[in-house]
Design a protein around this ligand. Sequence first.
Ligand code: ATP
Ligand code: FE2
Length: 326
Amino acid sequence: MICLGIESTAHTFGCGIVDEKGRIYANIKNSYTTEKGGIHPTEAKIHHENAKDNVVEDALKAAKLRLDEVDLISFSHGPGLPPCLLVGMRKAKELARKINASLAGVNHCISHLEIGRLLTKAKDPVLLYPSGANTQIIAYEAGKYRIFGETLDNGVGNFIDAFARHAGLGFPGGPKIERLASEGKNYIELPYVVKGMDVSFGGLLTNLKQKYDSGKYKVEDLAFSMQETVFAMLVEVSERAMAHTGKKELLLGGGVACNKRLQEMCRTMCEERNAKFFVPEKEFLADNGAMIAWQGILQRKLATKGYDSIDIGPYERTDDVEVNWR
Ligand code: ATP
Ligand code: FE2
């Protein structure tokens, strides 16, 4: 069985092709970026409109498959930006209709986790999922992926991007901040905001902007201190989730998980508590179509040809989904 999956929740339009053994035939993406401003939903939607046909065509080409050799179509139905989600859903329906295939809408956050399990062979991990719009610590308990901790305001990626934008660095800010941070030497004290199992970045952002505007600090030092502070917050709650659940594996997923310093801090924490640390390749950490195709395979029982009954779910939460595939 071959599934073609479409991702379009935010800045990336992606198409992946995967079979039921988890073999990945193609994973093509085209992302919307800007020089200075942040992500604008309408512009991202226009980007996706322009990119969608080529991305799907390129994925089929890379997989050396014709569309009619695909058995199943899946798409990311949420959470995400509604204008972007609609482009993905419409493309998915168009393809499904063309070949009379079943169609499944899947949860984006869970897809990040499941592609990580597939690729790293982690069995029952705690997932630290820091991305642009989301920041969650997730683990499987009693039939659902439960959220053990999460951000109370912005996703950590949006927070990093917002500071980067303030400093005139453009979007996405994460990789640029990582580069600057590697040149920072002086640790500057910043608010460390962990509340129970949750984290929050709003106050931190205000504080960082004030420090930047004061002109008293080098941007390299601010980037370095920001990374040390927020990653320590994320590692602390991840460790506590592992202690509470008794799980012995930590898995990373989401765009911010590309950050080498975060990976290093997670690895150190896991070594200290005798746990295993897993991180898939970069290509599968950030938003991608392959994870949506694999989730389509896992949830193939959900797929239907009643296309009109299928809609987007922009606000769907990770723990809304019944997990019946593991
Ligand atoms: P989601 O819909 O899951 O919230 P997303 O649409 O925001 O995800 P992702 O590709 O998962 O997209 O993540 C993008 C985010 O990752 C951006 O905020 C970007 O700045 C951040 N990011 C990418 N690389 C790095 C890095 N090296 N260090 C820190 N942040 C990074
Ligand atoms: Fe994502």
